[in-house]
Write a protein that binds this ligand. Structure first.
Ligand code: CA
Length: 691
């Protein structure tokens, strides 16, 4: 009798016409909306539309996690940063690597099913601020969607990896790029773009998922008023700008993901800083809708509401960090909220129907640019004098109290888990000679500044990296766990009462979600930025993470500084009892560099070379030429140093991703950079020897 009852229950989904999670082969709107119940798959960037990155799987739990071991690993063919969240549908894992390359792997064994290389022209690296990364994909109706570094949106057949359609989402003559994962919303694929530092007008576009035809486009900053405003919202925004703002493009780029609430039919995204970084260089004003969280209607892209986290941003406080939705009871009221741990150091809880500010509080220590938030409006109480035309030392620095790294919300604990950086500092010195240059980045930072704030910054206590469990109702930390590196990667929470996180020193760790006790760790041999994710195949739980150091964190935490580990990019997959081993090949430079050339350049030339290097080269090759995502130039051989002009101006290595800089540098300047590199090699050789 009991058996018959069980079978009747088992038949119920079929009787009601519901497809079982494992049975349906197509990811459709219904499947995406109920992704939470599809426990074995991971169908979306943040797993569900609310982007909780919380898995109900619990084979791996606080009791069993000690037995977690490597099941398989696969090389991604790169020594650059990996940031993607893999997706899994019915035993196939889809992920992205350097240069927007897509791979489909057997989720159980790691065998490659297919690879798609969009062949991004390597010279596009010129317009990419922070490494040739990609954060992930979207799955829908038998297709895999990827957006590329050269701003194409491409639909691939999920079985073969062949191209179904391609849409150019940006004018290829402009410096746009895309590193974010597309978002599916009721038959549309929605995607933003990056370029806030390069002077290009931000926007989000939606495309028909079947055909690739553009459905709508919403700009985030106003354009040239003489051409008319595209919407009332942009006309309003224009009043918050000064001068001929449209000539620099404005910025406000939505460079991270887009969130979606299917019940409200609203899309949410954050926007970057304005061009240039400094308010005084823009002539003042709030610069709407930069450094803001926006909600737009999925049907037509119309702006429903906005909330500007950093009005008149002066510190590169992009509001592009992940947005997480939840239904919380706050002050006795049920609220539909959207939450963000912002670069500016404050954790925001907003009403996601209206954009109303509910609460905000600093989640890192040492925030110095503002003294707090207005309790009613959430507008920051800016520290007086901090945004004037003069150098200022400010915390957090441009990499923020938190950046793009995914955060997780556990409905079981009610806590948000995130990587935080407390006490990062930066000297912001607006350049009085700043002139917009469409062929360069346009921060507006004075490269010649050499004042006392530099020494003050060095004397400050070192910044701290922590995994923080944040209570969004109380707006306070439930617990914090420090780690030896400043940068922690993205986070996964599970019903096993666990939180998983990798970090810059190559450690992937599991913590108890309720109190932060570390229960397990694995040394990946290379820095980790990407978030772990979890799934099942044939009833067995697996946990996967992309490992590989680079991206924006490498600009401020270069390999070789502190505990950061450079290395080879891989995907690692774990399971209970997994016994595979990982032998990371040696990478990096254990010994000091050996000088191969001498320079007779006078000190002022070397100094100029240093300024030029930190302005134009450090984005990839590291501040003060200490590594970065790319090879450490202090270790350059003689032929490279002697042939620097052919490389930097002649584009000799363009096919490797080193574009020509002939539009912004001349031969004399390149030789100053050469003198600087030779000098840095000699200094580094001496420093290490004297340790
Ligand atoms: Ca920025």
């Amino acid at each position: 009798m009991l058996k018959r009852q069980v079978s009747a229950w088992a038949l119920l989904p079929a009787l009601l016409g519901l497809a079982s999670c494992q049975g349906s082969n197509t990811v459709d709107d219904a499947k995406l909306r109920s992704a939470d119940q599809d426990t074995g798959n991971w169908l979306m960037y943040g797993r569900t539309y609310d982007d909780h990155r919380f898995s109900p799987l619990n084979q791996v739990n606080e009791q069993t996690v000690g037995k977690l071991g490597l099941a398989w690993s696969r090389e991604m063919g790169t020594t650059r940063g990996l940031e993607a969240t893999p997706l899994v549908e019915n035993g196939v894992l889809y992920t992205t690597g350097s240069w927007s390359v897509v791979q489909a792997l057997d989720a159980k064994t790691g065998e490659v099913r297919w690879t798609y290389d969009p062949k991004v022209p390597r010279e596009r690296a010129y317009f990419i601020c922070c490494d040739v990364v990609n954060r992930g994909l979207a799955l829908y109706q038998g297709k895999v969607y990827v957006a590329t570094l050269d701003s194409r949106l491409i639909a691939l057949d999920e079985k073969t990896g062949s191209v179904v359609w391609t849409a150019a989402t940006a004018d290829p003559s402009k410096p746009y790029s895309i590193t974010s994962a597309p978002r599916i919303a009721k038959g549309l694929v929605v995607i933003g773009n990056a370029a806030g530092e390069y002077g290009a007008r931000g926007y989000v576009s939606a495309y028909d998922a079947e055909t690739g035809k553009q459905a709508w486009r919403t700009y985030t900053v106003p354009g040239d008023p003489s051409k008319g405003f595209e919407s009332k919202a942009l006309e309003t925004a224009a009043k918050s700008w000064s001068g001929e703002y449209w000539k620099t493009g404005g910025g406000g780029n939505p460079w991270e993901g887009v969130a979606y609430d299917p019940a409200l039919d609203l899309l949410y995204f954050g926007t970057s800083n304005a061009t240039a970084w400094y308010r005084a260089l823009r002539g003042g004003g709030d610069s709407l809708y930069t450094a803001s969280i926006l909600a737009v209607r999925a049907s037509n892209g119309e702006v429903a509401w906005y909330f500007q986290t950093t009005p008149g941003d002066n510190f590169d406080y992009d509001a592009t960090q992940p947005l997480v939705q939840a239904d919380l009871t706050i002050g006795g009221r049920a609220r539909k909220v959207i939450m963000q741990a912002n670069k500016n150091g404050f954790f925001y809880v907003l009403d996601r129907e209206t954009g109303e500010f509910i609460s905000g509080a600093p989640f890192v220590s040492g925030v110095s640019w503002a003294t707090g938030l207005d309790p009613k409006t959430g507008r920051p109480l800016e520290t007086p004098g901090v945004a004037e035309m003069k150098p200022v030392l400010v915390s957090p620095g441009p990499d923020g109290g938190h950046n793009w790294n995914s955060i997780a919300f556990s409905p079981a604990t009610g806590l948000v888990y995130l990587a935080a950086k407390s006490g990062t500092q930066f000297v912001h010195a607006p350049d009085p000679k700043f002139k917009y240059n469409p062929d360069s980045n346009n921060l507006g930072l004075d490269p010649t500044y050499d004042g006392p704030l530099n020494a003050k910054m060095v004397s400050m206590p070192p910044a701290k990296g922590e995994l923080v469990a944040w209570d969004p109702v109380k707006q306070q930390a439930a617990w914090r766990v420090g780690y030896p590196s400043l940068v922690g990667g993205g986070v996964l929470a599970t019903a096993g009462n666990l939180v998983f996180q990798g970090r810059a020193d190559g450690i992937l760790a599991a913590y108890r979600a309720t109190d932060g006790m570390q229960l397990w760790q694995f040394d990946a041999g290379t820095g980790i930025m990407a978030p772990p994710m979890t799934y099942t195949v044939d009833g067995t739980q697996y946990l996967s993470v992309m490992v590989g150091w680079g991206g924006s964190p490498a600009l401020f935490n270069a390999p070789g500084s502190g505990t950061v580990k450079p290395g080879y990019g891989r995907i690692l997959t774990f399971t209970l009892g997994g016994a595979a081993t990982l032998k990371p090949p040696a990478y990096g430079h254990p010994d000091p560099p050996v000088p191969v050339l001498t320079t007779t350049a006078p000190a002022p030339v070397v100094h100029e070379g240093g300024m030029l290097f930190n302005t134009h080269c450090a984005g990839c090759h590291g501040i003060n030429a200490v590594a970065g995502p790319l090879p450490d130039l202090r270790y350059s051989n003689k032929a490279t140093l002697e042939g620097i002009e052919d490389i930097v101006l002649g584009g000799k290595r363009a096919s490797l991703g080193m574009p020509s800089f002939q539009k912004i540098l001349d031969a004399k300047q390149v030789h100053a950079i050469q003198a600087y590199l030779i000098t840095r090699t000699r200094e580094s050789a001496k420093q290490v020897q004297s340790k």
